[in-house]
Design a protein around this ligand. Structure first.
Ligand code: GAP
Length: 453
């Protein structure tokens, strides 16, 4: 695709997100709040399905990982020890012509001269470090003694609770602690829809291991994470594992991969998989004076474990899922004339709604009653949507546009009015192939569960 069609595609995606209730601008009626977004009825389902699947794969299906849920506000000492207070900065530049505040790495360069991307102005200030953490105050006084920050990553709660979790879970190395939660960064230039936000969610695993095994676990987790993205429906061809060069890695990291996705606005990071050595635990041990060592019962040695961290963004992955799923194809309307169909081809396991149930006609009581019976049959197993309004083709189209993978239609055959052999059967329509199969109502839960899990 060329640049303008990529931009058009992105515009269509943003507009669909608003029109169908995936993502809204935060505080929209007051003119919005830059870098903040709200998830609507479908967006919240998509996000939950993503987080649930991550938790299932990273925690429930493994013996070597446990979860935790840390607080967003932590003692300021945490951010001093982790290095965030001094070094969690982006270089910022002001354009003296249009007064824009810019990240130094977002300037455009023409003939070797840096320019403002907004107005083309060349009168720019020298870069200065801007700390990305949001400050806040705990309690009634607002001074240095009550200052702390909204967490800019979830990881630090895991490091400072390492000893508690180790004791209660009785895990042996290698083992991991997983967490999903909000993080906040006062980004200089939030952009590309939800891609770079000021409030976002992370899904992080800190996988503790012995120093000599760090590089092996780094490669292991890179592969596991690539598999994860494929399993939620992102094509391998659109994913890239970039080896972060030495000069761009954090000084304490011995190796980092960025997992990138081909968004319509370019190839961008979805997740970082970093081998952080023993840096974080050592820093907290030093600053707190509390031992964060691991005792190896076999060798009787005490040491600070090393850690490999796959750290993914929930919002970026949701955006990648929507971009990947967005598709326009052709489908016949009620009169058989071909029309453009917008379809979100989500993997069924992450689709917000799994199945829509339609009575063929809304004014035929037995059809409506049967359809509602099927809704009740399916509800304990999945999120189901009932729709009786409009022509059946329109109803299919509305579900295609939000990515519902299956549609069940209750017709006169279901009631046994035409052919007794078809009594208590329904048509099951597949969103992608648009093919319909006739299946017994009693088999619907098991058929659908096997296709969405
Ligand atoms: N604990 C490591 C860490 O936080 P990071 O690369 O700064 O590493 C990890 O962040 C992931 O969090 C990123 O790959 C991205 O998916 C997500 N993320 C970071 N900043 C973000 C932002 N401003 N908006 C949305 N997602 C963000």
């Amino acid at each position: 695709m060329n640049k303008s069609s990529d931009a058009q595609r992105m515009e269509k995606i943003v507009s669909l997100c608003k029109r169908r209730g995936f993502i809204f601008q935060s505080s929209e009626i007051y003119g919005g709040l830059n870098g903040c977004w709200d998830y609507g009825p479908l967006g919240v389902e998509l996000k939950r399905n993503l987080k649930d699947y991550w938790w299932r794969v990273m925690v429930h299906e493994r013996d070597d990982v446990v979860g935790m849920d840390g607080s967003i506000l932590m003692n300021r000492a945490v951010w001093k020890a982790s290095g965030h207070e001094d070094t969690f900065t982006d270089p910022m530049v002001d354009c003296r012509s249009c007064k824009a505040r810019l990240r130094a790495d977002q300037l455009v360069e023409k003939k070797g001269i840096k320019q403002c991307p907004n107005c083309g102005g060349k009168d720019l200030t020298a870069p200065r470090a801007f700390n990305l953490m949001f400050k806040t105050f705990i309690g009634a006084t607002e001074d240095e003694s009550s200052l702390t920050y909204l967490r800019p990553e979830t990881a630090q709660a895991i490091f400072v609770q390492f000893k508690n979790v180790l004791e209660v879970s009785r895990k042996k190395l290698p083992f991991g602690i997983a967490q999903i939660g909000k993080a906040f960064r006062n980004e200089i230039n939030p952009r590309n829809f939800t891609f770079r936000s000021r409030e976002f969610e992370q899904m992080e695993l800190e996988y503790f291991c012995r120093a000599e095994e760090g590089m092996r676990w780094l490669d292991y987790w890179k592969e596991e994470r690539l598999k994860f993205y494929e399993n939620i429906g992102i094509a391998r061809d659109n994913l890239h594992a970039l080896t972060v060069p030495d000069e761009e890695r954090a000084f304490y990291s011995k190796g980092t991969y960025d997992i990138e996705y081909d968004f319509p606005f370019g190839r961008q990071e979805l997740e970082g998989v970093a081998y952080r050595t023993d840096y974080d635990l050592s820093q907290h041990q030093k600053a707190s004076g509390k031992s964060l060592e691991y005792f190896d019962e076999e060798t009787k040695q005490k040491f600070i474990p090393h850690v490999v961290e796959p750290s993914a963004g929930v919002d970026r992955t949701v955006l990648a899922l929507i971009c990947e799923a967005y598709c326009e194809d052709e489908a016949p309307d009620e009169k058989g004339k071909m029309e453009t169909r917008i379809v979100l081809r989500f993997h069924p396991r992450i689709s917000p709604i799994k199945c829509a149930v339609f009575p063929l006609l809304k004014n035929k009581e037995p059809l409506v009653a049967k359809a509602k019976e099927i809704v009740a049959l399916l509800r304990p197993h999945m999120y189901v949507f009932y729709d009786e309004t409009g022509a059946i083709g329109r109803r299919y189209r509305r579900q295609d546009e939000i990515g519902t993978p299956f549609g069940v239609t209750v017709d006169f055959e279901t009631l046994g009015e035409k052919d007794l052999a078809l009594r208590d059967t329904v048509t099951l329509r597949d969103r992608d192939s648009m093919k319909q199969e006739r299946v017994p109502v009693k088999d619907l839960p098991s058929i659908l569960v096997s296709r969405i899990s």
